[in-house]
Design a protein. Structure first.
Length: 148
């Protein structure tokens, strides 16, 4: 199995690992395919993600994609962060082997869950719609990856 240099770099030296102190957005999701878990915490101020960290019981590909995903959303607005897809994260990492695509969905979903938690805490009446867009051929876009 071949991993890109960027995947190996983010796997061996993951960015933003841990939990944000004073987090006001926390999301945890599980991967229906492998049973792995991802937790993302954020500090959001004035609609901007000031800080973000992740913890995962996932594989190396989950570590690398979460590292890259947290780098990509840090400093961005909530709305921009919600536009981040697992595909964009994989592209930023120069790709993942097909059997590892499902691992990249964890970060995207956990970011969505954290922002939903932020909306709920702040009394903002918005629903985050996130999850699999048919990225992996194995699920073909049905609801397998969606988590409450
Ligand atoms: Fe579970 Fe990669 S195998 S996240």
């Amino acid at each position: 199995m071949m991993y890109s240099e960027k995947v190996l770099d983010h796997f061996s030296n993951p960015r933003n690992v841990g939990e944000v102190e004073n987090a006001n957005a926390v999301g945890q999701v599980g991967n229906a395919k492998c049973g792995d878990i991802m937790k993302i915490s954020m500090r959001i101020e004035d609609n901007i993600i000031k800080d973000v960290k992740f913890k995962t019981f996932g594989c190396g590909a989950a570590v690398a994609t979460s590292s890259m995903a947290t780098e990509l959303v840090k400093g961005k607005s909530v709305d921009d962060a919600l536009k981040l897809t697992n595909k964009a994260v994989m592209e930023a990492l120069d790709g993942l082997p097909p059997v590892k695509v499902h691992c990249s969905v964890l970060a995207e979903e956990a970011i969505g869950a954290a922002i939903q938690n932020y909306y709920d805490n702040a009394g903002i009446d918005k629903k985050v719609k996130k999850g699999c867009d048919g990225c992996c051929s194995s699920c073909g876009g049905h609801d397998e990856h969606h988590h409450e």
